[in-house]
Design a binder for this molecule. Sequence first.
Ligand SMILES: [Zn+2]
Length: 591
Amino acid sequence: MRWTQTLIPTLKESPVEAEILSHKLLLRAGLLRKLAGGIYTFLPLGLRALRKVEQIVREEMDRAGAIEVLMPALQPPEIWQQSGRYETAAEVLYKVRDRSKKEWVLGPTHEEVITLLVAAEINSYRQLPKNFYQIQVKFRDEIRPRFGLMRAREFIMKDAYSFDVNDEASQVNYQKMYDAYTRIFARCGLKTFPVEADTGVIGGKLSHEFMVPAETGENEVVYCEGCGYAANIEKATSGIPNTAAREIGAAVEKFATPGVVTIEALSKAPYSVPANRQIKTLVYIADSKPILILMRGDDQLNETKLMARIGAVAARPATPEECVATLGAKPGSLGAVATALERRSPDRPGGGSHPQRAGQETGAPQIYADERLRGANEMTTGANEDGFHLRNVSIERDIQVTQWFDLRTVTAGEPCAKCAKPLKIRRAIEVGHVFKLGTKYSEKLNATFLDADGARKPSVMGCYGIGITRTLQAIVEQSNDKDGIIWPLSVAPYQVCITPLNVAPDNVGMKLAERYHDELTAQGVEVILDDRDDRPGVKFKDADLVGFPIRISIGEKSLAKGEVELKPRNGALQAVKAENAVEAVMKLLGA
Ligand SMILES: [Zn+2]
């Protein structure tokens, strides 16, 4: 390929739209262009690299026994209603209307389509196991698309779905995919590490994410250097001890705290109640119902954990008005001691002035407490009366906790639950995800089979995703230097860039460049010949910016000595005899 024949619009400056290094480099190296927020065109070099990632994924999926299919992006909303996700995934679903005003959705994922296909086509245990995959475009209605391909509205994923006769067999498929992912990312030249992950809105039992360590990553990962424990912060736990035990004290006592509405204010004089002796009461609206969450004053609630534990599809902090309606006080004075409605009568502050909603009369809201508070005595909490708090609170004596859960966010330095070494936290980019789904979708969408014992059973499913476009950018985020991208050989748009300094058609250097091009191409090497009539500095800079693994420079000075220059992108320049250049390149390529 000749440089002038293709399109490589390199840029000297980073476009302002790019916030992180990999995004800047993809734009500057002329691999990618933005059409609209979160929507990109792949230019020729970007597409070549993308196709290589796809090919590695395809080879490893095939090798792991998965079968390739291609499902439609345009899907009827009825199948999303059937799975129950029309509501739960509503925030990310693109909905379009056709000429008869019928609605369609653009798939962000394909559990529904594949499960219905399997429901229709697979009927016997003899046809299982099956694992279907595709490499296909997905759509997500991102509120804030950013970081280029990292969080896009339209992107390419590999998604796979396994169907098995039972849990044991499903675990075999899960492990095959886990191993395939490990090979895929290694072949892409990407350093990843697997972490335990929350199963989130997609549902399921067990899941791992494959993470690329990166300061710009949108995920936080908790990990232990002692025993190798690693988990997404939305899932991570630690061995931090419960709140120090104190004897059950005197009866609960109300005291005035005018103007005190924060944990911090209460921790200062004249009150001087340390944050770890305070119970923080949060009001959340979970699936449209108010609930109370109790955390230690110095702990932070993890919303993902909350939703997973209580099985809620959506949860958000209540507005001050909703707090008043639920507990009779504003945030800052909330508490769960003999909580809520049974204590509220029209003569209590806030009790009569706010009409109660239907359903609230039937009982107090559920109270979920963080495990760290279990057994805590002598605590202080809000009195549900603006300007007052309660002391001597014994959580198990004075509060009717509905259920105890691990709800807190782990912080760096806490002891590992397994080996007690201090935990660390780092940021990372998620490039792959494996889930054990169980029978959630097969039951809803009737993907059942006749087992050997004649009984009809739902298939046990797993699903496995790799963000192909995101992986491409993660490679760039991980592999670069001040001059530009450093492509791993396996995914480089071209492996070799030949740079003749004189490009006149009859110039001896240009003729040699053409000969190298043809000889290397004949040996299966992907070569680009920089035939631009431009200054050497410009051409070298561009080759480094794009990041071709090997450059061959042909200049008149070297040629006079019968030599050309080889420059590995990631190594030192070396002079080689002109007649040995092809052989030397093949050696560098490991061929
Ligand atoms: Zn550990």
